[in-house]
Design a protein around this ligand. Structure first.
Ligand SMILES: [Fe+2]
Ligand SMILES: [Fe+2]
Length: 189
């Protein structure tokens, strides 16, 4: 039995988070490159730096516990990153793609928040105070990132996306202008 105790589950969760964070280190530069909005692009880069620190914190925990960090690949994060990657490559208006990148990134943050929240609870139950503190520090940064993304979406990016005219409508307006021009030409004789 691999998961006999809560401690085994604690380690399992830490290794899952470690895999998730390492995958993110590779994914965030691509998200940053795909973003058109400069603030969003810079935000992804800033979170990349934080993510590197998240990896270091987890490494510190494995060292303290004298356990290996090796574990299976986090499949949940793999799926979320694949969706983000798809959005980055989508044939879309820049503003709309940016809004989609935020939606993908917020899914990632919520996934991390769930993982860190559970791991912190196990740390507290097992009396690993330092572990709980380290996990809580990262948890706060994930929550702050999520909030920043919401703010950026609400104040700018969702609005920019909203004002991109629908293709059908644009053509419709164009056709209408053409009609009006013809009519005016007719009236003018
Ligand atoms: Fe993280
Ligand atoms: Fe994160």
């Amino acid at each position: 039995m691999e998961l006999e105790t809560l401690y085994d589950l604690y380690l399992h969760e830490l290794r899952d988070l470690y895999s998730a964070e390492q995958q993110l280190i590779k994914a965030l530069p691509k998200m940053s490159k795909a973003a058109t909005n400069r603030q969003l692009s810079a935000g992804f880069n800033q979170h990349l730096q934080q993510t590197k620190e998240h990896v270091r914190r987890l490494e510190q925990m494995f060292e303290r516990l004298e356990e290996s960090s090796r574990g299976p690949k986090c499949e949940g994060m793999e799926g979320l990153i694949a969706e983000g990657d798809k959005m980055a490559k989508e044939d879309a208006e820049d503003e709309v793609r940016d809004a989609g990148l935020i939606a993908a990134a917020q899914r990632v943050e919520h996934y991390e928040i769930a993982g860190y929240g559970c791991a912190r609870t196990y740390a507290e139950l097992l009396g690993d105070k330092t572990g709980a503190r380290l996990l809580n520090t990262t948890l706060k940064e994930e929550a702050e990132t999520d909030k920043k993304l919401t703010k950026l979406a609400k104040l700018a990016i969702n609005l920019d996306a909203m004002y991109v005219p629908r293709a059908g409508k644009k053509n419709g307006d164009g056709a209408l202008t053409q009609k009006a021009k013809k009519l005016m030409a007719k009236l003018a004789g």
